[in-house]
Each structure stands twice: as structure tokens, then as C-alpha cells.
Design a protein around this ligand. Structure first.
Ligand code: UGA
Length: 455
């Protein structure tokens, strides 16, 4: 039943689950989103997206109105609704180490399995340590009624915040780990909307059908590769800093080689967010458990290179302000610093593991009076680091400051007029930690300019 157009559920309506549920309704599927959080569910049912993601609000309202989409906190209703159930709950870094916390996966799979009353496919989407799919299969066989023959599959996702809608509707590949022909055909039917849309747009979406372990590994391998690419160019920035080179020109020059490619070669403050930092740590922890720790030792360096960029910004700030650094770092007391950017990248309100906010906190700890502005992230930033001063605009943050630090490359900052801003400050000094400003323009306007990895 349901093999032509299966009814789908998404368990966990965080970034991943909410986006998928809404986009799958848009593709024409009948969708139910499930979460244990009644506030989230009430909001979604009222047409309110809990995250800032371009285009998602409109799709939510349209599909609620069309009756294809609903959200619920009722697991029995969820179990009853779906032919295919996607597990989209969070897998945060464990409080006691680098590994992933699988308690949400365990809780959602267990209660779903207990409530199933007909054959169904449970598909993992959350980012997990390799081996989790096998463990989920055991959980299911322990908790689901045995006569139903419920099956498990794994299908990682690759959506980027800020592009999430397009990444779900138009993915650059679909990867499925399956054990049976039935699971394979169910999952194909559950992706058919994506293939059909591609066909109408004259595109093709490559499909990789593989085993559980490979499907799980594809996800963490992809994120590890992206993190490594960013840390590679930031390592080159460190060398440029001592050798007198310019990493932005270096990146452009190596990026013309199609084997290298020019994307994800933006040197600067490094990677943050809810995925790359925690994923490379969990991947190392898992490899260690499996006896392959050595193979991923380089990811430890990737992490360290990434974190060193934050200290470098602090150093540049001290240098521009004429402050010496002691063993405990620089003393910035008596200075006022404008921080532009709090989110981990532009076009999101997400401040989870945001390098920008971490640097703002470091500047504050060093004694500076820190005034932060971000176009979308202020509310989240204030909750995460309440001790900073938050401003409502660029001018308000910059006014009276001795130094401006641009820590997230929002278009508003890129397009700001250095002459006009110069009239507001006590000293024309700027650290461009994302190499996003036109250094010539700012220098001509009388600013002392420092980028990362540039002379
Ligand atoms: C990342 C991956 O790009 C997605 O493919 C993946 O699905 C997702 O994690 C996930 O695991 O769910 P995301 O966290 O949205 O997506 O962020 P990215 O766009 O990858 O950016 C990550 C960080 O790297 C940001 O802090 C960004 O500023 C930084 N970055 C990116 C650089 O410093 N330099 C670059 O050249 C590119």
C-alpha cells in the first residue's frame, strides 16, 4: 500500500525536519510533522516558521491551506499516518565528550516503533555515527510488533542553512542506504517528487543506492571535507601572514584549477554553526572507537586551525589599538569596539557555535566595551551571550568606537560606506575578519585596515 505516493512523516521539527516537512508537502506529498515540543507544533500549525529561512514561511502557509501538511505532538497519530517515517531529530555533541548524543534518536524511534500498527519504513536522516542504522534496526525489532516486519533505511541530507528550501527541492544528489528491494522501492517513491521536479526542469538528480554504513559515512565525510577545505585555506592565511602574501589572491589563483575549485576557499574567521564543528569531532570519536583514530587525526588539526583564527582577530585588534599582549592575552580595557556580525554566516539568525559571537565574547573578556549589531541574529545572540551590549543598527554600534570588527560577511556590512562610518568613530581602525570589505576603498577613506591572511 502507498508505494506510488507514500504518506510521509518527519519526526523532529527542528531546522531539518521542519524544512523537509514543508518542502515535501510542496512536492505534493501528504505530510505530518511530529515533535515533542507543543510550542513548536502550535506555531507551525499556525503558519509560523520557528527559524529564519528564506522562502519557507510562504511554503508553510500555502501547504497548510492546501491541507497536505499538518503538525502533531501525538506519536500514535504519527505512527498511524505514515508509510515512510523520516527521523530528523538532533544529534548534539555529548556534554561529556566529543561523540554524538543519540538519546533523541533512541526516544523517537522507540516510541514510533511501539505505536506502529502496519508495515512501514523508518528512514534515518539525522547526522549520526556510523553504525547507528544497525542499532536503530535492533531498536525497531525490539519495540515494533514483530508480525509487521517494519524496515529501516538511511538517507542523509546535505542542506545548507540559507539555501535550505532549494537544497531540499533540488538536491545535488540523493543517497540511500537500504537492505531490501522493498525498502529501496519505498524510498524511491518517497523521493519521486524530487525526481519529477528535476525532470520538468531538465535536470537530473543522481541517486546513489548503497549499504547502511556507506550512507551514514557519506554525510560526515562530506562535512569533514568541507571543514578541511576551509581550514586548508586558513592555514595558508597563517603562512601568508608571516610571509607577506595575500591569501585572497592565492585562493583565487588555486581555485581556477577545476580539480581544486573556487568554492569553500574563503579564508577568514573559519567555520561554525550546528554542523561542521560538532560533526568533525563526533567523526573523530567514532573512528577512534572503531580503531581507525589515526585516519582522522588530521581533523584535530582542522579544528585547531579553525579555532586559532579567533585568537588572531584578538591579536589584530590589540595591535591596531596599540595594546601589548601578556601571557593571558591582550588588555583591551578602556576601549570601545564595534562588532558587526553575530551569526555563524550571513542570511541566517543562527548563532550556534558562531565564531563571530565567540570573538565578541573574547574581546569583552579582554576588557573592551563591546557593541554588537547583526541584521538577524541579535535576539539569539543576546540569549547566548547576555553580557554584551546589543545595538539596533550599524551606525549605533559603530558610534564612538575605537575599532570596528567585521565578523560575519552580511551584505549590509559589505555595502557600508567607509566615509560615512568614519565620521562616527573615535578612531578609523577596522579588522575585516571575513575579507569581505573593499580594502582599497576603506584605506582611501582613511581607515587603518587589517584583513586575515593579507598584508
Ligand atoms: C553545512 C554543510 O555545508 C551542509 O552541506 C550540511 O548539510 C550541513 O552543514 C549539515 O550538516 O546539516 P551549514 O552549517 O548550513 O551547512 O553551513 P555552511 O554554509 O557549510 O558554512 C559553515 C561555516 O563555514 C560558516 O561558519 C561559514 O562562515 C564558514 N565558511 C564557509 C568559511 O569560513 N569559508 C568558506 O569558504 C565557506
Amino acid at each position: 500500500s502507498g508505494a506510488s505516493r507514500p504518506r510521509v512523516t518527519f519526526l523532529g521539527t527542528g531546522y531539518l525536519g521542519a524544512t523537509y516537512a514543508i518542502c515535501y508537502a510542496e512536492l505534493g506529498y501528504e505530510v505530518l510533522g511530529y515533535d515533542v515540543d507543543p510550542d513548536k507544533i502550535a506555531k507551525l500549525n499556525a503558519g509560523e516558521v520557528p527559524i529564519h529561512e528564506p522562502g519557507l514561511d510562504e511554503l508553510l502557509r500555502r501547504n497548510l491551506a492546501a491541507g497536505r501538511l499538518r503538525f502533531s505532538t501525538d506519536i500514535a497519530e504519527t505512527a498511524d499516518f505514515g508509510d515512510v517515517h523520516f527521523i530528523c531529530v538532533g544529534t548534539p555533541q555529548r556534554a561529556d565528550g566529543m561523540g554524538a548524543d543519540l538519546s533523541y534518536v533512541e526516544a523517537s524511534v522507540t516510541s514510533l516503533a511501539q505505536h506502529l500498527s502496519r508495515k512501514a519504513l523508518i528512514v534515518g536522516k539525522s547526522t549520526v555515527p556510523v553504525g547507528t542504522a544497525e542499532w536503530v534496526e535492533q531498536l525497531v525489532s525490539k519495540h515494533a510488533p514483530t508480525n509487521l516486519d517494519v524496515e529501516v533505511a538511511w538517507s542523509p541530507e546535505f542542506l545548507q542553512e540559507g539555501f535550505a528550501v532549494d537544497d531540499v527541492l533540488r538536491p545535488n544528489r540523493i543517497v540511500v542506504g537500504v537492505k531490501s528491494e522493498w525498502a529501496n522501492s519505498m524510498l524511491y517513491a518517497a523521493h519521486k517528487g524530487v525526481f519529477d521536479l528535476a525532470a520538468t526542469e531538465d535536470r537530473e538528480v543522481p541517486l546513489v543506492v548503497t549499504d547502511f554504513a556507506t550512507a551514514e559515512l557519506v554525510k560526515v565525510a562530506a562535512n569533514a571535507f568541507l571543514a578541511t577545505k576551509i581550514s586548508f585555506i586558513n592555514a595558508m592565511a597563517e603562512v601568508c601572514e608571516v610571509a607577506g602574501g595575500d591569501v585572497t589572491q592565492l585562493a583565487r589563483a588555486i581555485g581556477y584549477d577545476p580539480r581544486i575549485g573556487n568554492r569553500f576557499l574563503q579564508a577568514g574567521l573559519g567555520f561554525g554553526g550546528a554542523c561542521l564543528p560538532k560533526d568533525i569531532r563526533a567523526f573523530q570519536a567514532r573512528a577512534q572507537e572503531l580503531g581507525a583514530g589515526e585516519a582522522l587525526r588530521f581533523l584535530h588539526e582542522v579544528d585547531l586551525i579553525n579555532l586559532r583564527r579567533r585568537t588572531r582577530v584578538l591579536q589584530l585588534a590589540a595591535e591596531l589599538l596599540g595594546r601589548r599582549s601578556g601571557p593571558a592575552g591582550p588588555d583591551l580595557s578602556g576601549t570601545r569596539i564595534a562588532v558587526l556580525g553575530a551569526t555563524f554566516k550571513p542570511n541566517t539568525d543562527d548563532v550556534r557555535d558562531a565564531p563571530a559571537l565567540a570573538v565578541a565574547a573574547l574581546l569583552h573578556k579582554a576588557g573592551a566595551d563591546v557593541h554588537v549589531y547583526d541584521p538577524q541574529g541579535i535576539d539569539n545572540a543576546r540569549r547566548a551571550v547576555p553580557e554584551l551590549t546589543y545595538e539596533s543598527g550599524i551606525a549605533e554600534a559603530v558610534a564612538g568606537s575605537d575599532l570596528v570588527c567585521v565578523l560575519t560577511e552580511w551584505a549590509d556590512f559589505r555595502n557600508a560606506d567607509p566615509n560615512a562610518l568614519g565620521d562616527l568613530v573615535a578612531g578609523r581602525r577596522v579588522v575585516d575578519a571575513r575579507n569581505c570589505l573593499d580594502s582599497t576603498l576603506w584605506t582611501q577613506a582613511g581607515w587603518e585596515y587589517r584583513g586575515l591572511g593579507r598584508p
